[in-house]
Design a protein around this ligand. Structure first.
Ligand code: HEM
Length: 415
């Protein structure tokens, strides 16, 4: 299967050609969000790194090739620490203070702070403890599938792809299920460009998340549970570090997995053959490549002038490793726009970049793969004959350069 022919306006020869001096990228543009791939392909063709003007008046350096993205993610001259004041709400507001505290997590730090924080998490998030979540994930999956109405039109994002990762990350953090809808809304807002939201909605989300996690930590101190987060509370992290860690695990852990599940269902339903048992891990890998749930990594900042294959990125520049583009680099993945799970059966297929690379490589990669490998076959087994209820080319996608996936997934369920 290949992707739908593009209607993306960001391609060569249009008024929004990246080579046009008047060009500015609008990451909130629905057409770009639905299909950014032609733009990334054009950019990758123009060189190893390109400075792209954004509609908000700033600009960003986008790195789009597989090898170049890996090189940037492993290079300590690109810092993860956000510049002072970048994108902050107005000075001294409670929302600014909340945001500053929650954003002080390990994905926004460099060594040696990063190394210390990451070690505490990896000591808790061991492969054994992650694998031990399997029966619970199977149970949560089966519970959700039982509640999906039969012979009906159902939004699978709402009924399945969203609640499952929230329930699972809820198990990890020990978050009560009644709070999941509010958490979804707040995390959605803090991951969206501010100009795509109602005024005040972003500030409100930062303050609410701060208040929520502060009381969760208090609860865990008073009455630790079996969850992974209770172990972190007892691990020697300060209160502020715990607050930021809870936020990071929630934020990094569910919307990405939700997008993986939704995109996989969409791709499988548009594919000629339904996968059988042993093929599901390949479907998961190919979805991670073809529909990278994180479109770009978090922002990096060049701490000095850095040459990327002859292109000079100046000190202070904001740099984005575009995982969605790197995962479709034709130099690494032949016929990159085709969805071909069987490519992962070959021995020389390059490692997935969907979980990043280098010191910030995803802590939850094992959990995310486990969830998808349990959830997808269970869904197709429970709902044989499942069909899409809308033209996939018309589905709305999440705006922004960070997270990518369909916002809803209408399907018709069997009887
Ligand atoms: C399909 C699902 C997922 C995808 C595609 C994904 C992808 C990524 C990527 C690309 C990064 C690196 C970002 C960067 O370098 O800027 C990352 C980091 C991270 N992810 Fe994931 N992730 C997923 C699921 C999860 C889950 C389930 C969890 C936790 C339960 C998680 C926790 C984290 C954490 C804590 C980091 C920061 C690591 C560090 O800074 O050292 N992720 N993830």
């Amino acid at each position: 299967m290949t992707t739908t022919p593009s209607t993306c306006p960001y391609t060569a020869g249009t008024a929004l050609d990246p080579a046009d001096p008047g060009f500015a990228l609008d990451p909130a543009d629905p057409a770009f969000a639905a299909d950014p791939y032609p733009f990334y392909a054009a950019l990758r063709g123009s060189g190893p790194a390109a400075e792209v003007p954004l509609v908000n008046g700033s600009s960003a350096w986008l790195v789009t090739g597989y090898d170049q993205v890996r090189a940037v993610l492993a290079d300590p001259r690109f810092s993860n620490v956000p510049p002072q004041g970048a994108g902050r709400p107005k000075a001294d507001s409670p929302a600014q203070r909340a945001r500053a505290l929650l954003a002080r997590h390990m994905l926004n730090t460099d060594a040696p702070d990063h190394t210390r924080l990451r070690r505490l998490v990896t000591a808790t998030f061991t492969p054994r403890r992650v694998d031990a979540l399997r029966p619970r994930i199977e149970e949560l999956t089966a519970g959700l599938l039982r509640r999906i109405p039969r012979r009906a039109e159902v939004d699978l994002v709402d009924a399945f792809a969203f609640p499952l990762p929230v329930l699972v990350i809820g198990e990890v953090l020990g978050v009560p299920t009644r709070d999941r809808a509010a958490l979804r809304e707040w995390t959605y807002r803090v991951g969206s460009p501010a100009d795509a939201l109602e005024p005040g909605a972003l500030d409100d989300a930062w303050s609410s998340l701060h208040g929520y996690f502060s009381s969760l930590i208090e609860d865990k101190r008073r009455a630790p549970g079996e969850d992974l987060f209770s172990s972190l509370v007892g691990s020697g992290l300060s209160g502020e570090e715990l607050l930021a860690m809870a936020f990071l695990l929630l934020f990094a852990g569910y919307e990405t997995t939700m997008n993986l599940l939704a995109s996989a269902v969409l791709l499988v339903l548009g594919h000629a053959e339904e996968p059988t048992g042993r093929h599901w891990p390949h479907v998961v890998e190919e979805t991670l490549r073809h529909a990278s749930p994180l479109e770009g990594t978090t922002w990096r900042r060049a701490v000095e002038d850095v040459e990327v294959e002859g292109v000079r990125i100046p000190a202070g520049a904001s740099v984005l490793g575009v995982l969605a583009a790197a995962s479709r680099d034709p130099g690494r993945y032949p016929d990159p726009d085709a969805f071909r799970p069987e490519r992962w059966e070959q021995e020389d297929v390059p490692p997935s970049l969907a979980f990043g690379h280098g010191p910030h490589y995803c802590v939850g990669a094992r959990l995310a793969r486990l969830e998808a490998q349990i959830a997808l076959p269970a869904l197709f087994e429970a709902l044989p004959g499942l069909r899409l209820a809308e033209d996939p080319a018309l589905l709305p996608y999440r705006p922004g350069l960070l997270v990518r996936g369909p916002r809803r997934l209408p399907v018709r369920t069997p009887g």
